[in-house]
Design a protein around this ligand. Structure first.
Ligand code: ADP
Ligand code: ADP
Length: 542
């Protein structure tokens, strides 16, 4: 092997130019001898949203510590302390010069949204309003609360909020501040598509109207595409070194990333391209039925949430994508299928064995990852289990760590592995994309697909990342209604019909990038948007 591939060399010959390798140049920062080194910095721009696209562990947070003046970069001289002036000399004449000059003069104020919002309740006691009031530096707090829709929970204790609510609280807390430079580390986890688009719009407006700089790390590519004015790609070897490219146009940056090849840098960052089908796959005739259910009704009591489900059938070996806003009854339906809730009307014959990965992963036993997974399946460590589960979910490097020490993305991968390792008829995964980077999303997608096929089982995957849903699903189950009041689930349908119904509810259409065929959100009211709505084709090219 050439030292990059884990097993056999996937390339016939090593003729591919420049597989990621450490650069000859001096890094901007090196943590120590043989420690992580960062090459390049993102360049925030006034009035602009700058995106960073790349895997976890590649130095994005390090870059932000530098741009926030919390870490003085050492230009690789970890024994010396060359200081800011040497750094400025290095960056004279680049897009960063002005920013660094202001930073050194102490003229840059920074606001940030942390990546892991689940930890907020550990750091703060009191109501949501008490937390947010401390951040209200621009007098915009109430307007922000209203726009992101957290009004109903602002007077609740922060410890009672769901992940999706905490995500919006954290976003409001950052955006309410009066700063020159805002760093937003993942805005989408736990939010539905409507909430993601609202967040994107608010961030853009604050950049444009306030002439402020926004730097956003985001792995939901449809949203990143919508949000960013320019994009830095980050690549390298997670944990060893990271390179942040010069800025690219958002469109080219995402296209090159998906292709796995960076044009300007002449750098292959992945063996295979990630590709989307422009036309809906033909509806599969379907294997045997795993479960057939009649129309169902369930309500949580007088005047509380009620759900109605159209009768349907789920097939063996298929992956059923589940889409719809938060609070619309998706988990309630899952509990009905699992027999954990009784429907008020209708009856489900089969008692399905369901393996469930909840949306908010809580596995905090003081236990090592390997011991935890071995306690779930006898297959643990078999070559089959290693190939089908451990490898695609990149568990090798974290097997010996304690569950309590894992990052959000690592915990997610362990939870997906734990779910797929169980013996079940139906694997139900609620938002597996949360905190995974793009590579990990793609790998998790294929692990889930293969697992369903090979086990004559079915996977139902609830997710809000439209690219992931597209790559993953054979058919779609679409939920709509009024969140927290009433929900309706359609019968499982083909991708074209399902996407059309789902996106019509959202009033969003997608066009196709002319070079790669990847779906891109249309500007509301644009010619294409209007034409596609008229034709009733919201997603796939007619
Ligand atoms: P990202 O934000 O892209 O996930 P980070 O900037 O947090 O990446 O980390 C990049 C690498 O630098 C990681 O391997 C991390 O372990 C390492 N690292 C971060 N901080 C330090 C530090 N203070 N000393 C040594 N290594 C560090
Ligand atoms: P989703 O999975 O689509 O986010 P859920 O099925 O979890 O939606 O919830 C739908 C609605 O039902 C929400 O408003 C939720 O607050 C409410 N709900 C969920 N469980 C209960 C319960 N046990 N009692 C009362 N209301 C509930």
């Amino acid at each position: 092997t050439c030292g990059i591939c884990v097993e056999k060399c996937p390339f016939d010959a090593i003729e591919i130019i420049n597989l990621p390798q450490e650069l000859d140049d001096e890094p901007i920062h090196r943590y120590g001898e043989n420690a992580f080194s960062l090459y390049g910095l993102p360049a925030p721009g006034d009035g602009r949203v700058t995106g960073i696209l790349g895997p976890n562990g590649i130095g994005k947070t390090t870059a932000v510590h530098i741009l926030a003046d919390e870490l003085t970069p050492n230009l690789g001289e970890y024994n010396a302390d060359p200081g800011w002036d040497a750094v400025l000399e290095e960056y004279r004449g680049t897009a960063l010069q002005d920013y660094l000059e202001a930073l050194i003069d102490g003229d840059v104020t920074v606001a940030r949204k942390p990546q892991y919002v689940d930890q907020i309740p550990d750091q703060f006691d009191g109501t949501t309003r008490q937390l947010l009031e401390r951040t209200d530096e621009r007098g915009e707090l109430d307007a922000l609360i209203e726009r992101v829709g957290i009004g109903p929970v602002v007077d609740q204790d922060i410890g009672t909020l769901s992940g999706g609510e905490l995500q919006r609280v954290a976003l409001v807390a950052a955006l309410a501040r009066d700063a020159d430079f805002y760093f937003l580390d993942e805005i989408t986890p736990y939010l539905d598509i409507g909430q993601r688009m609202t967040a994107a719009r608010i961030i853009q407006e604050l950049a444009e109207d306030g002439d402020r700089s926004m730097l956003v790390v985001e792995h939901d590519l449809a949203i990143l595409d919508l949000l960013a004015d320019a994009l830095h790609v980050a690549y390298g070897e997670p944990g060893a070194f990271g390179v942040i490219t010069d800025p690219k146009s958002t469109k080219n940056g995402i296209n090159e990333y998906l292709k796995g090849y960076l044009d300007n840098e002449n750098m292959r960052i992945r063996q295979d391209a990630i590709e989307f089908e422009q036309h809906a796959p033909r509806s599969v005739a379907g294997g045997q039925s795993v479960v057939e259910y009649p129309a169902l009704e369930k309500s949580y009591g007088e005047g509380e949430f009620s759900l109605s489900v159209a009768g349907g059938e789920i097939h063996e070996g298929e992956v059923l994508g589940v889409v719809g806003p938060n609070g619309i009854g998706k988990s309630t339906f899952a509990k009905l299928l699992a027999g954990r809730l009784e429907p008020d009307e209708g009856e489900i014959d089969a008692r399905l064995d369901i393996a469930y990965k909840p949306q908010y992963v809580e596995i905090d036993q003081p236990m090592r990852v390997d011991a935890f997974l071995a306690s779930i399946t006898d297959e643990f460590g078999s070559s089959y289990w290693n190939t089908e589960i451990a490898q695609p979910l990149q568990l090798d490097r974290i097997m010996e760590q304690n569950l309590t020490d894992l990052s959000g993305g690592e915990r997610q991968r362990v939870a997906i592995a734990a779910c797929l390792s169980k013996d079940a008829d139906l694997y139900l995964l609620d938002e597996p994309s949360a905190h995974l980077d793009v590579e990990q999303r793609v790998l998790a997608t294929s692990a889930i697909r293969r697992y369903a096929e090979n086990h004559d089982a079915t996977a139902m995957v609830i997710d809000h990342d439209i690219y992931m849903i597209d790559l993953l699903s054979d058919r779609l189950l679409v939920f709509d209604g009024e969140p927290a009041e009433r929900g309706h689930a359609s019968e499982p349908q083909g991708m074209r019909e399902g996407m059309n119904e789902f996106l019509a509810n959202l009033d969003v259409t997608f066009r196709r990038d002319e070079r790669t065929g990847r779906p891109r959100i249309n500007k509301s009211g644009s010619n294409l948007d209007r034409e596609q709505k008229q034709a009733g084709e919201y997603y796939y090219a007619p």
